[in-house]
Design a protein around this ligand. Sequence first.
Ligand code: ADP
Ligand code: ASP
Ligand code: MG
Length: 411
Amino acid sequence: MALIVQKFGGTSVGTVERIEQVAEKVKKFREAGDDIVVVVSAMSGETNRLIGLAKQIMDQPIPRELDVMVSTGEQVTIALLSMALMKRGVPAVSYTGNQVRILTDSSHTKARILSIDDANIRADLKAGRVVVVAGFQGVDEQGNITTLGRGGSDTTGVALAAALKADECQIYTDVDGVYTTDPRVVPQARRLDKITFEEMLEMASLGSKVLQIRSVEFAGKYNVPLRVLHSFQEGPGTLITLDEEESMEQPIISGIAFNRDEAKLTIRGVPDTPGVAFKILGPISAANVEVDMIVQNVAHDNTTDFTFTVHRNDYQAALEILKQTATTIGAREATGDTNIAKVSIVGVGMRSHAGVASRMFEALAKETINIQMISTSEIKVSVVIEEKYLELAVRALHTAFELDAPARQGE
Ligand code: ADP
Ligand code: ASP
Ligand code: MG
């Protein structure tokens, strides 16, 4: 008998009919003799709807109150799913994050899980109940409701699986696994049977929202067997694993990630003196704005240009600060650009292959896509390009790295 944690995302519980379907599925697992803990998201669109309401009151909703409100989305689905299970004769009980006691820190809207009290859940499982837990939420030491950041139900699922030492954590969603890239953008994308934690972590942090980054971090840290599957179609899904098989077929690139969440800032004509990077980026980080890619050009006539990217939400604030800095350090000008996108190729195979980056640049050059910035690490290469070329770039790279699925018969 296995203990399985199953997480169902927003579209999988998006209607009452779907919740009934999820209940049918859970019932089958239960009848096969497994102990089941189910984690559910809010019905699709609900979290956005709630945030929209708050924004009608104020542009930047007060984080504590926002958490009180958005956590209601998941509270609705746990109750509905428990009812749907009990209607089918499956004993079930729902818990909010607070009722389980998923203890988090107090960073509202992006809280981190500190510990999970598994006593209630274990007692219920022992009594033969399916336990249905609200994803995305927890409670801090003071009893305030917290949430774990967008997509946070994945993290609830994995954290519960780690705490309960579950045999597997299954993430059920609206695609049948992790693909070489977002299958909604590239129809030729292929499902991967396996991907390493390391690669999945890069894919998630570079923009593939199929799993929340923290859920992958958690799964890697506690070695939780993690699988992504389709909620309503049979199939093996994708296993996220530790082992990096050395096979001849191992592709150099496992996947392509992309995002439109960043904006670019440039300061020109900066006097090139020691400490200049600190003078520029110090005030930015003091304002709690995270910087991603950074490029400083070679100095010319004792002045240099400096470019970096930040999250689009921080763009206005960062530009104001940079304009200030330009005045104080005697730089020529500070400008910004939000029409950018970041495309990244990811793969552990890169470690043992040379020329991966140049193959990427060649593929982009063939499409006459200009590269504005580049950053690399051991297992990824990222470039910043003009946003309008994003889909073209992803498709070109998908083909260049031979990731396209073979055409099916008749296509
Ligand atoms: P859920 O509501 O179930 O949590 P999400 O919308 O958060 O689902 O994540 C699933 C979506 O992630 C898919 O519908 C797909 O469009 C997107 N996605 C992005 N990159 C990938 C990828 N590499 N593989 C699979 N899906 C991806
Ligand atoms: N409902 C939350 C969100 O939409 C959490 C989740 O679905 O994972 O971000
Ligand atoms: Mg999600």
